[in-house]
Design a protein around this ligand. Structure first.
Ligand SMILES: Nc1nc2c(ncn2[C@@H]2O[C@H](COP(=O)(O)OP(=O)(O)OP(=O)(O)O)[C@@H](O)[C@H]2O)c(=O)[nH]1
Ligand SMILES: O=C(O)[C@H](O)COP(=O)(O)O
Length: 192
């Protein structure tokens, strides 16, 4: 099965601005780099280098041969829709959208996102169960899927699967649930 693992990420200085109250710019950018590298390594271990693509304006210091998809600049949902359209053109059969702020993600988590029944959509929620940390979409079945990142995106994405008549699976795994959004999340991560 041909898959793409797409990791959307903003420009280095624009990432994780909600951490600005707790971290200086260089500490924040170093944390962003650490989390991105963890995510990219886990994804590459499962899918190989060519199948792991960044989506955004920068490679964040990763090697020049790291595939990079352009971001149309209209927010996360538009960026992912454009990645999804590019994947369909390349005959990709499963698209994984992986947040870049998962510091404890492991290859087994990525494998679980790939190992879902044909034509099913899988979603990994955040710890609160309301946000979306990862999405696994079958293509071309999910061509009309509308990305609904934002408030209560987990329910909104579940509703999209129902609208398209596709089976839906919720993947609850610690490595996919811990995302770093607010300073409290850093403390929680360090306690675990
Ligand atoms: N390419 C791209 N990635 C985005 C965009 N908005 C968010 N992301 C990425 O999507 C993932 C989830 O976003 P958030 O958790 O809100 O991260 P963030 O936007 O860096 O966080 P804050 O600045 O604190 O709001 C992160 O990997 C972000 O870098 C966007 O407009 N374009
Ligand atoms: O839909 C979501 O989960 C958010 O847009 C992105 O997640 P976060 O800001 O809670 O990480």
């Amino acid at each position: 099965m041909r898959c793409w693992i797409v990791i959307p990420i903003k420009a280095p200085q624009a990432c994780k601005t909600r951490l600005s109250s707790a971290l200086g710019d260089s500490e924040r950018q170093s944390l962003v780099a650490t989390m991105l590298h963890q995510t990219v390594s886990a994804a590459r271990a499962v899918a190989g280098r060519d199948r792991v693509l960044l989506l955004g304006p920068s490679r964040h210091g990763l090697a020049e041969d790291t595939p990079l998809l352009a971001d149309p600049g209209q927010g996360l949902n538009a960026a992912l829709a454009s990645a999804r359209d590019a994947a369909i053109v390349q005959d990709v059969h499963r698209l994984i959208c992986l947040s870049a702020d998962l510091p404890t993600i492991e290859p087994g988590d990525v494998a679980a996102l790939l190992d879902v029944p044909r034509d099913a959509i899988a979603l990994a929620p955040d710890r609160a169960g309301t946000g979306t940390n990862a999405l696994s979409l079958p293509l071309p079945a999910a061509a009309p899927f509308r990305f609904r990142y934002g408030e209560c995106s987990s329910d909104a994405h579940r509703a999209e699967a129902a609208r398209l008549g596709l089976p839906f699976l919720c993947l609850e795994r610690p490595g996919l649930a811990l995302d770093i959004d607010e300073p409290e999340d850093i403390a929680r991560w360090q306690q675990d």
